[in-house]
Design a protein around this ligand. Structure first.
Ligand code: ADP
Length: 166
């Protein structure tokens, strides 16, 4: 049984993330998607909201489980019995950050391998932050995120606008 974990902020999940998760399912027998708290990023959605959107967006993939985890990715991988951490690469800018992270994770646990997947061309420019920026200005994001996410974004930002937050 080959198990992988796909960790990330997923704030919120995009078609770019889903592409990586779906392709991981072709390689591994079981895939755990972990919503991790990234102290460097201020999140729009709570971890529970992010897990709920991920679960809805992956419900057709029966080998995928989505959950929240607080802690080190290598500890999560160990908890789930994973042999690999799957990460997506969009651009050279991702590479430097990912190389550092993979090296640190390798140092922390030599039994877990980081596997990189190149983004599919059509998703290379999608990021959660760009999606949030467009949605916050009232733009249409349905080409980049599942409908449940587009709805959740519209709701968050309409509340923010009503509360007078710009
Ligand atoms: P993190 O804060 O850990 O970088 P993200 O939610 O931003 O979390 O990303 C999770 C993973 O998904 C990362 O490996 C990231 O490179 C990858 N990813 C994000 N967007 C895309 C995309 N459009 N195509 C491919 N991979 C992506």
């Amino acid at each position: 049984m080959k198990i992988a974990v796909c960790p990330g902020s997923f704030d919120p999940v995009t078609y770019g993330h889903l592409d990586i998760i779906t392709r991981a399912c072709d390689i591994f027998d079981r895939v755990y998607v972990a919503v991790l708290t990234n102290p460097a990023k201020e999140a729009l959605f709570t971890p529970d909201e992010r897990v709920e959107m991920l679960s809805k967006a992956t419900k057709h993939l029966d080998i995928v489980t989505c959950e929240h985890f607080d802690g080190l990715v290598v500890d999560y991988a160990k908890l789930r019995g994973a042999i690999a951490i799957v990460r997506g690469l969009r651009a050279v800018t991702d590479f430097e950050v990912e190389l550092k992270m993979a090296s640190m994770n390798h140092h922390l646990d030599k039994d877990v391998e980081t596997v990189f997947m190149m983004t599919s061309n059509e998703y290379s420019f999608i990021s959660s932050s760009a999606v949030k920026e467009v949605a916050s200005l009232g733009g249409d994001v349905t080409a980049w995120v599942p409908s449940c996410v587009a709805e959740a974004l519209a709701k968050k930002y309409s509340h923010a606008r009503k509360a007078g937050i710009s």
